[in-house]
Each structure stands twice: as C-alpha cells, then as structure tokens.
Design a protein around this ligand. Structure first.
Ligand code: ZN
Length: 391
C-alpha cells in the first residue's frame, strides 16, 4: 500500500484548529496521522506555501439543474439522457471546485439517487452525495414542477414514506413559498404545521433528517416546533426563532449566493422584474442581516450555495463562503461551517468533515492562507477524494 505525505505551510483541520509546516500521511484512502516530516517510505508531495483543508461540503445544491435563467422551463422540458448528462457534468464541476460532498435538495425523477449509485460504483467521478430525491410541497406550492405534491397529513405521511422507501438520505419539504415557481410567493405560508409535523415525524422514525425551505418567522417557527434538523434560507426571522434554533441545535443553511448572483447579473441579463424585486439588493441585504444575527446568536451554520439556481454554477461554494465572511462571519468559522458543520448536518461527521486520523482523505489544497484572504478558496490548487488525487 502506497503512503503519501501531503505537505504544506498550513493545515486547517476543519474544526477550528491549525498546524503550521506539517503534512498529512495518507494511505488506503484514509488520513493516518499529521506529522512534521515525512515518515520512512512515503512519497512526499510538497505544496509549498499552500494550505490544506478538508474537502468542502455543500449542504444545499441542485445537482441536476444548470445555472440557467429559465430553471423551470429547463428542468421540465429536458429529455432523460440530457438530464443525466447535465447532472454528471455538474458533479464533475462540483468536485473540481473542491467540494467533496454535496447534499442535493430535490431533483426531478429522483435522478440524484441513480447518479449517486453510479458515482459509488465508480462509473463517473463525483463528490459524495446525500440525496433528497423529490422534495415535498403542497399542490401548486414552491418546487411543484419537480416535487411530490402533498395535501393533508395523510398524504404528507404517505409521500414521506414513499421517499424513504426509495432510499432518500434526507427529506426536504417546503414550508413557505419561493421564487422561480410561478404562483408561489417567497415567505408566504405553504404547508400547515400539521403537515410539517407529519413529514418530520415520519422521517425521524426512519432515522432520516429533514430540511425545510422556509423564510419568515411563522414558517420557520412551525418547522422548528416540528423538530426539523435544518432550515434552508431562513431569513426574515425574529430572535425567538434564533433562540429556538440554538436550543434545539438546528442548523441554518443561509444560501446568500442566489441573491448575490441576481444582483451581479441584474435586469440586463433578463431577470424578470418580479424576481428582481423579490431577490434583488434589498433581499440580499435582508438575508445578510438575518445571517449576521444568527451568527451572533450562536446558531449552528452549515454552508450551502443553492448551486443550480440562475447564474449560480456548480463551482460556486467558495463564493458563498466569501459572502458569509463579508456578512460578518470570521473566516475560520466560515471554514468550519463549510467542512465540519456540513459533515455534522449531513450525518457523515464520523468519517468526514475534518482532518483527523482515521477519516477519509477528502482534501482541498489552496494557494495561500484562506484565514487571511478567504477568496483563495475560489481557485483550488488540488483536490483529493478518498485519498485519490483528482488534480
Ligand atoms: Zn434550493
């Protein structure tokens, strides 16, 4: 068995710890130990002034959608073969950007389950995937063009059970509306408390976590009361919501990138006025403010970019991390949210999310020190997945 020693000026362990001038001993796909110099017989790769950190984890992505403006038209119109090819391509881009694990937040035809199986068989190269299959929404609710429309407690239970039977990793549901879905309004109530409680109950009975798409205090609160494990987006909420999240250990996945990309590309790119008003500069500011308050309150954060929304490509997690830092999070905390935080939320923390002896060797190498300049994460020097060099 070959042993490799990956050396760099700095190693960030993903849990807030750092080591200078050290290296990681990798063999059999695993991290064996961290040493100041190479052990006998090891092949050394010296990354010089670079930093090595755990592979990043994107806790909120849409792997089967390209970052096109007309998301709904694309996903409902594309043929089966192109849909799968697009998904595979997106996964390749994800891995090349240093993201070694991703949680897919809803896909058409449960394509994420099939593609995950193909990645695990080694048919295609990609990050590890936690699937949600099709998300749950009310009839006509947000995401209904690919989601499982469910109304009333019994249907919510039945459809959750169907997802669990199909083998989803997590269960995602929509507690409030969102943009991009015609007829749905961001922040407006969709599922009722009873429906949400039935979904969470069924998922938890099966040992699966839940993720809720929600913004606005009443919507986030009902999902928190039902015991959801993560809140996606989660802006426009009050202190009581934040306190409950801290108390229950609920993760917030803030997803600042979609609004930022909208603002960057603007109306000139063809974004309809109603979306721009909903997701433009004022919305971005509201989300930044809400995120800052959550960080200050001590809410657990896992990073998610919402990749696959308009202009928001599958290599964009580092942009999301930069936006989190710009909004007031300390760089070291933003890195923890993007490594250990993601792994903990995804339920893979035993094996991933930090540089520790015994864990899988999923690693990212960047040029320089991200604690001094977070944007170095946007140009990876090297990526390793299960001890295998991707580039
Ligand atoms: Zn999303």
């Amino acid at each position: 068995m070959t042993t490799t020693f990956l050396k760099a000026k700095k190693i960030l362990d993903g849990r807030g710890g750092a080591k200078d001038h050290a290296g990681i001993v990798v063999s059999g796909g695993r991290i064996r130990e961290i040493l100041p110099s190479a052990p006998d017989g090891a092949e050394t790769i010296d990354y010089g002034d670079a930093t090595i950190l755990p592979g990043l984890i994107n806790a909120h992505a849409h792997i089967d959608t390209p970052p096109v403006l007309k998301t709904v038209e694309w996903i409902t119109g594309v043929g089966k073969a192109e849909h799968v090819i697009e998904t595979v391509r997106n996964l390749e881009q994800t891995l090349a950007s240093g993201v070694t694990y991703v949680r897919n937040m809803g896909s058409r035809d449960m394509v994420d389950l099939e593609v995950k199986a193909a990645v695990e068989k080694g048919l295609v190269q990609g990050p590890g995937i936690v699937t949600c299959g099709r998300m749950l929404c009310m009839t006509g609710g947000h995401g209904n063009f690919i989601g499982l429309e469910s109304d009333g407690v019994d249907e919510c239970r039945k459809h959750t059970r169907q997802l669990l039977k199909a083998g989803v990793g997590h269960v995602k549901f929509m507690a409030s509306g969102g943009i991009l879905t015609p007829g749905s309004v961001a922040g407006r109530e969709e599922f009722t408390f009873e429906e949400v409680a039935a979904i969470v109950d069924e998922a938890h009975k099966a040992g699966r976590k839940t993720a809720v798409h929600a913004s606005g205090t009443p919507n986030v609160l009902k999902a928190l009361k039902a015991g959801t494990d993560s809140v996606e987006h989660g802006y426009d909420i009050d202190d009581a919501c934040r306190e409950l999240m801290v108390k229950q250990g609920t993760y917030l996945v803030p997803t600042l990138a979609p609004a930022w990309f909208f603002v960057q590309y603007g109306r000139e790119a063809g974004i309809p006025a109603y979306i721009f008003e909903d997701r433009g500069e004022s919305s971005l500011e509201l989300q930044r403010e809400s995120f800052r308050k959550a960080v200050e309150a001590g809410v657990r954060i896992a990073t998610g970019s919402d990749a696959g929304t308009p202009f928001n490509g599958h290599g964009s997690l580092a942009v999301e991390i930069r936006l989190m830092v710009e909004a007031g999070m300390r760089p070291s905390d933003a890195i923890v949210a993007s490594t250990w935080g993601g792994a903990d939320l995804l339920g893979i923390g035993k094996d991933l999310g930090s540089i520790e002896a015994g864990k899988a060797a999923d690693l990212l190498v960047v040029d320089g020190d991200p604690l001094e300049n977070i944007s170095v994460l946007e140009k990876p020097l090297g990526v390793w997945k299960d001890g295998k060099k991707i580039f």
